[in-house]
Design a protein around this ligand. Structure first.
Ligand code: MRU
Length: 338
């Protein structure tokens, strides 16, 4: 396989490496990935995370295992096991479906390698297209609010919603970003803040519960958000807390945009109710852990509710920025995603 290098994923000298996103930004540690079990644990523990990235990482691992002469049966099992790691982001299912189709060919090793490479380069191009389109929605001086991490760390390219912000910053003066810290796993406070500071985009970090008062004070002009799965009616799942922002945006009359590649679209999924939502470990809510250490503040026996994602109804969305265009509520109601 040719060398493939992204911000948090690389295939070089016949080895697959992932950047441990759980330890960022204070520790930058690349982890070698040589087995399905390793990749499953990296994905489940969010060392590898972000809708496009988990699909690409899984695809590259399957191609790597094919080059290591694993049997067709082993590879089929690897695809099934990797696909089952996280249920919500449809990009993983999309990538695994492509790899399954490649496996069916007689020259399956070549086909798997070619498919994994194509998926990787396709994602780079999709990010670029979304960013170019989405940046047209940004005006000079905008204060943009975003949630979770949707940047280069989460994709093979420059990102989805954060890619739009980056592109707007490159082409317009005076962009400022409000970064939701994104409890419980702090993808905003750890990863988005890290990426924006590296890109020298002015930002201010806020706790998630500060967004409402900022909107009331007219300090938020637009919201750009990623997605893990967009249903045929335009409802979408994204990091938990996105729905709160959409309701607040509607109340305050603030434009609310979803940015995602076509690989996040699930036309077979009729609406948000049909999107499976991952439930996660209670310890993520009873405390925090990471490169900064570990602490628990809740009582040992605290009952916890910890969905990784929530669903935002299409009625709260101003526009869907896909690589193929910016879609309006009217177009979505008329079935453009079906
Ligand atoms: O649990 P995570 O960190 O994988 O969740 C990521 C998100 O919710 C992102 O907003 C989404 O994957 C879009 S990323 C380009």
């Amino acid at each position: 396989m040719q060398a493939l290098i992204a911000r948090s994923l690389k295939y070089t000298d016949n080895q697959l490496w992932v950047l441990d996103q759980y330890l960022l930004p204070h520790e930058q540690q690349w982890l070698l990935c040589e087995s399905v079990e390793q990749m499953q644990s990296y994905i489940v523990s969010l060392k590898v995370r972000g809708a496009p990235l988990i699909g690409l990482a899984a695809a590259l691992l399957v191609a790597h295992l094919a080059l290591q002469a694993q049997s067709k049966a082993q590879l089929a099992q690897a695809i099934d096991d990797l696909e089952a790691t996280r249920p919500t982001a449809v990009n993983l299912m999309h990538c695994m479906a492509k790899m399954r189709a490649a496996l069916a060919h007689d020259d399956h090793v070549n086909q798997l390698v070619k498919t994994a490479e194509q998926l990787f380069f396709e994602d780079v191009a999709l990010c670029e297209q979304m960013a170019t389109l989405g940046a047209q929605l940004v005006s000079v001086g905008d204060n943009i609010l975003t949630h979770c991490n949707t940047g280069a760390l989460a994709t093979a390219g420059i990102g989805t919603a954060l890619g739009v912000i980056y592109k707007a910053h490159q082409t317009l003066a005076d962009i400022h970003v409000w970064v939701d810290e994104t409890r419980p796993l702090l993808q905003g406070g750890r990863l988005t803040a890290f990426e924006l500071s590296q890109w020298q985009v002015p930002y201010t970090l806020i706790c998630d519960n500060m967004a409402a008062s900022l909107m009331a004070a007219k300090q938020v002009d637009k919201i750009f958000i990623g997605a893990d799965r967009i249903a045929a009616n335009g409802d979408f799942a994204n990091k938990v807390g996105t729905y709160n922002l959409a309701v607040l945006a509607k109340h305050h009359g603030i434009p609310f945009y979803v940015v995602a590649p076509e690989t996040t679209l699930d036309s077979a999924c009729p609406n948000g109710d049909a999107i499976p939502i991952e439930q996660r470990n209670p310890q993520e809510v009873t405390g925090v852990s990471g490169s900064f250490g570990q602490c628990q503040w809740a009582p040992d026996n605290a009952r916890v509710y910890n969905p990784a994602f929530d669903v935002t109804p299409a009625a709260l969305v101003t526009g869907w920025v896909l690589n193929s265009g910016i879609y309006t509520p009217e177009q979505v109601q008329n079935g453009v995603f079906k």
